[in-house]
Design a protein around this ligand. Structure first.
Ligand code: ZN
Length: 440
């Protein structure tokens, strides 16, 4: 639900170049040939830090390193080849200088940077990334996109010695329950569902929501036909109090993960700012992708690429469809394909810069998106004739997307990322490509 904070985009348009601890452009290509057995132990490592700054600049402050359970990701796909997200990090083997792991993501801090508050205030948000535990000493490097040029800039580097006695050990604390098991951990997408605002006597209510979440996901292509390589597990971690905080009406709830409405001062934007708590609970399952189910009937939620997704468990409106829509954001950063009437300027999708999302284009760097799916002779921009239906449509470039009426194009008239219908052919192909990478 990235729509909720669009009020702030006019302010964000004023952003200038960011500056941080380091400002080095990222090398373009990384050797993807990494021998897992040579460089990694088989466990998961977590690097916690605080991401701080304001609308113009960002800084990274080290918090702690933690050893977690067995690595749930691929042992082959170690260098994320998709140029998605506003952030990425790299793990570099100290002895050889080789990049042995890279992953991309977005954060709530990135969204906060586009708010009016960030123009006049500095803030920090707790964050943490996970990666396969290196067997030998390593460096971790953080990169962020320049707010104007969208080019990658190196912001922070830290060395880690693997025998440092300060590295903490995360012990299993909560029960992990299988909801849907498609394949083995290394060759599957492992999704973990976390409860927030469910008290100790509400386990069955939470598990019923998990089953609804899983059923909703597998009712949409291409997840239906890929269910054999997707696992869904739930961690049962009860809260002291029921529900979700609503600060705008003075209601505060002592829930486990800190979920709340009024995130970034937008009533419907339900998220948590306590991401390290989220990682603590998620660590009780093998996982790559996190979705939080909150114990409320109130509409609202969100999804941030490779960070987490969140939705209300209460059965109101199109709950299942909203889960799947938000999961499209959190799994692989699919962009919103809808428009907002009268919206002509967006700091998220500035003119002249290609959106990094797989399902949106400004035709600046269209190559590798869906140009190979457009039949020769298809008019660009493509227009769906009035009154036409799906059987009449062709893959093309339909103007409008990313909240903008003009200048941003999508591949199909309707989509889960536009109006909660089936995923369009462009999104389906992008999801399959992403699953192929994760499940290698
Ligand atoms: Zn789509």
């Amino acid at each position: 639900m990235r729509k909720c904070f669009l009020f702030a985009l006019a302010a964000a348009a004023l952003l200038s170049c960011s500056s941080g601890k380091e400002m080095t452009a990222a090398p373009k290509t990384i050797d993807t040939n990494v021998n897992y057995a040579e460089f990694f132990t088989g466990s998961t490592m977590r690097f916690d830090f605080h991401h701080a700054g304001d609308s113009k600049q960002e800084f990274y402050y080290f918090d702690k390193v933690i050893r977690e359970g067995a690595w749930a990701g691929s042992e082959v796909s170690l260098i994320n080849p998709f140029d998605y997200g506003e952030q990425h990090f790299r793990i570099i083997d100290k002895a050889t200088g080789k990049v042995i792991y890279k992953n991309n993501y977005c954060t709530l801090f990135n969204e906060w940077q586009t708010t009016p508050e960030a123009v006049v205030t500095s803030r920090s948000f707790p964050e943490g990334v996970i990666f396969p535990e290196p067997a030998k000493d390593f460096s971790i490097e953080f990169y962020a996109r320049n707010k104007v040029t969208k080019e990658w800039e190196k912001k922070y580097t830290q060395d880690v010695q693997v025998n440092d006695y300060n590295i903490a050990l995360q012990k299993p604390q909560y029960e992990c329950i299988d909801i849907h098991i498609g394949g083995d951990v290394a060759h599957s997408l492992d999704i973990v569902l976390l409860p927030d605002g469910f008290t100790a006597d509400e386990q069955e209510k939470f598990l019923a929501s998990c089953r609804m979440w899983s059923d909703a996901l597998f009712s949409y292509a291409p997840f239906t036909e890929n269910s054999h390589r997707i696992n869904v597990r739930a961690v049962w971690a009860p809260s002291k109090e029921k529900g979700v905080s609503k600060p705008g009406i003075g209601k505060w709830v002592d829930n486990l993960l800190g979920s709340r409405f009024y995130t970034l001062n937008s009533e419907r934007y339900q998220m948590t700012e306590e991401f390290q708590r989220v990682r603590d609970v998620a660590a009780n399952a093998p996982y790559e992708s996190i979705f939080i189910l909150t114990n409320t009937d109130k509409y609202g939620g969100g999804g941030i690429y490779n960070f987490y997704g969140l939705g209300s468990a209460g059965k109101t409106g199109k709950t299942g469809e909203v889960y799947v829509h938000e999961f499209g954001h959190s799994l692989m950063g699919l962009g919103d394909e809808y428009i907002e009437i009268g919206n002509t300027v967006s700091a998220l999708y500035p003119a002249g810069k290609e959106p990094w999302e797989a399902n949106l284009t400004r035709f600046v760097e269209f190559e590798g998106k869906w140009e190979d799916m457009i039949a020769e002779g298809t008019p660009i921009p493509t227009v769906a004739p009035e009154g036409s239906t799906e059987k009449d449509w062709v893959i093309g470039a339909y103007e409008g997307g990313g909240y903008l009426e003009k200048g941003v194009f999508r591949g199909w008239p309707e989509c889960m990322m536009k109006a909660l219908t089936d995923f369009c052919p462009v999104c389906q192909k992008a999801i399959i490509r992403y699953l192929d990478y994760i499940c290698k």
